[in-house]
Design a protein around this ligand. Sequence first.
Ligand code: GLU
Length: 518
Amino acid sequence: MLPLPWIKSEINYKIGKPEADLMKIRVRFAPSPTGFLHVGNARTALFNWLFARQANGVFVLRIEDTDRERSADKYEKSLMDDLRWLGLDWDEGPDVGGHFGPYRQSQRLEIYKGYTQSLLDKGKAYYCFCPPEELEKTREESIALGKMAVYSGKCRSLSPEESRRRVDSGEEAAIRLRTPDSGSLDYHDLVRGKLSFDLGLIGDPVIVRSNGLPAYNYAVVIDDLLMEITHVIRGEDHISNTPRQLLAYKALDFSPPQFAHLSMVMGKDNTRLSKRHGAAAVEQFKKDGFLSSALFNYLSLLGWAPPDGQEVLAKNELVRLFDLEKVSRSSAIFDYDKFNWINRQHIKKLTPSQKAELAYPHLRRAGFLPEKTAEAQQEWLERMVEVLSNRIDRFSDLPQEARVFFVFTPQEMDEEARKELEAGCAPQVIGHFAEKISQVKEFNYDRFAAFAQEIREETGCKGKDLYHPLRIVLTAKASGLELDKLIPLVEEGARLDFPLPVKNCSQRVSEVLEVLKK
Ligand code: GLU
């Protein structure tokens, strides 16, 4: 017994199906686990998710793993991890279950078989014995003549008895859907408007390969109809599949869902976004220390914009504002500079403890932090990260900024900084400073300000001539964090036990002087 169809009616190809509006919205994201989650696919998942959440509908995750050679469990796992990291939770799926499972195509093969048999019985599908080499040759010949490669229909007229006999004798056969030779097929795409396809250019699509596995265009239809999907929102690369799928709906006597095809995500050079452009997989953005809230936000702006043009938006605002029908048809350009900016805006919104938590793995990997931070270290870490977070686009940039605390190597000071320490007022200024700092037990920013004032009076050096040598002597660098922020953190950090000990200001000054002597 086949599972009961959810709706059975005459198909209206001309326009989207109004019945869908009366039902609960059900959408799906249907990745093939053959690689890491690309931002283009993540954007597809996101638009589906926003559409479902806004309508109080259902978001289904379906794994399309019928390509057994290229599918791998590790990719299924990473797809799910990346979706979760992005904050895209699903209501039904292989791990959470649901009433319409199983949610992996490889576990649905029996279901497809049942439908195929009924199509064969009704003469809506037929066995095709054409050898792949012959099909390939005809295909190449058509292409050479500048024509579309359309199946000739050679096996269409074989009698069911003959086909049965050949199949039973073990001859390899695919199964094709019998479709009209001419005419056109129109449908209304929610993003692209009316689309029209010439049926004469489609040919009878293979629905089951000779290895017994269902073709994508067939499995997807049976899944979408049995899972009661009301809206198929997916990438534009599937537009040419849609007429084949509509023909399968017709053959199966089901009305199709509505379709919305999203433009591709491109790099600035107008080619499909790939590693050549920078990070293109969600996993890479995660590793690079970007915030999931920022990627969520930025992905939503790829091909859509809220009515007031606002660009920094939180998840709940996006759910409220998203409008599938306002999604643009033109390709969306992934602009890394813009994304960095969005990420910075999201960093600003975090609390100090959230920032410290996100910074920790990066600082730990750099060897700056212990496996477990003590309370005082944690408190210092929060202040340090808070101060440095204004200077970074993403958390993986933080170790570079934090080096000023943990790595003080004046012997590696660059030539320019060293020359500055040896020119003009500098030797005098740092000499006075070294003398003063060696005499105090406790150093802090107030002391620093007082010393600077005294040195100014004692040496007559002021402004840049005074402060620049002081900065270099404390950091071994010619530029960086403001000293009123740096000094307290250096002094307090030096009292804490870090794997790479923070050197206090007095130590720093003596080490620089040592180096200058050489
Ligand atoms: N499995 C297909 C892909 O990963 C998606 C199919 C669909 O959304 O219809 O491209």
